[in-house]
Design a protein. Structure first.
Length: 283
């Protein structure tokens, strides 16, 4: 019995949604044949080697069990950079680009070399996107997990940003010296409540739980970050944090209680309140 092992037939017999099958097949073509994505169409009669077919089958079956595409490809685009990602880090989300843009806007407003702190950097996404887009910025990033820190270090090297991005291990401000102060503090901490059913659904099942939830109300890490901000911001410095779509009022209250001024809320592209910011008026 002869099997049709052409690219076209492998794709059309896949149980995956067509768009996902194409992304994974493009990855196989790149790895085994150094072919661009356009080969999906231009070379669709091509018969794959047995190694390539084995990889295609492995990727397909992992995806069918729910493993996120970004982990299968080992990469994810974020803002203007591409990051290496693996199961030890949260997969960067498009909504977090809002936090990067708020930071970049402040850097532009200050119009001088700026110091930026990213708390809980994970893959390095926020810190590296800022450093990449703002050549005069000096960025520090903290991370508690050794595994995540290793991935952030790899990304810093891949993007050749080692001279402007300093990685430090520790919990939130615990990684810093007491007198460290910054113009801008950014963070996308774990803010999903431990009761949220999404934690056991979809891609989230495969991501590090400590990057998703505080194992409590969802607000405890946000509270620690907001409460420590005044001690680590320069006068008039800006803090901006990402939060859940229904946490805006609670986060604004935390910022008020912490004595921050000029508190603002920011909408993501889906129209959800996703980021809150405030300033250290010095008072
Ligand atoms: N935005 C992510 C999600 O809802 C959560 C990331 C986080 O907790 N910081 O999937």
């Amino acid at each position: 019995m002869s099997h049709d092992l052409s690219l076209r037939s492998l794709l059309s017999s896949s149980l995956l949604p067509a768009s996902e099958a194409r992304v994974l097949m493009a990855h196989v073509l790149e790895k085994h044949y150094q072919l661009p994505r356009s080969a999906l169409l231009s070379r669709d009669e091509m018969e794959l080697s047995s190694e390539a077919i084995l990889q295609w089958q492995a990727l397909q079956s992992k995806r069918l069990t729910g493993e996120p595409i970004a982990y299968l490809l080992g990469k994810k685009g974020f803002h203007n950079i591409e990051l290496f990602v693996a199961p030890g880090v949260l997969i960067p989300r498009p909504e977090t680009e809002l936090l990067v843009d708020i930071g970049l806007q402040e850097i532009e407003r200050l119009h001088r070399p700026t110091t930026v702190l990213d708390l809980g950097t994970g893959s390095g996404a926020i810190a590296l996107a800022i450093a990449n887009a703002a050549p005069d910025a000096l960025v520090s990033a903290t991370e508690q997990s050794s595994e995540a820190l290793g991935i952030a270090k790899k990304n810093t090297q891949l993007l050749k940003l080692e001279t402007r991005v300093q990685l430090m291990q520790g919990s939130w401000y615990g990684a810093l010296s007491n007198d460290a102060r910054f113009d801008i503090i950014l963070s996308n901490p774990p803010y999903i409540s431990n009761l949220d059913p999404h934690l056991s659904q979809g891609d989230l099942r495969f991501e590090p739980i400590s990057a998703l939830t505080d194992h409590a109300s969802g607000l405890t890490c946000l509270e620690a970050i907001i409460n420590g901000a005044k001690d680590h911001l320069n006068p008039n410095g800006l803090i901006a944090v990402e939060h859940g779509f229904d946490q805006s009022d609670a986060v604004v209250d935390l910022m008020k209680s912490a004595g921050l001024s000029d508190i603002q809320t920011h909408l993501d592209l889906a129209g959800h309140h996703r980021v809150a910011s405030g300033r250290n008026s010095g008072g």
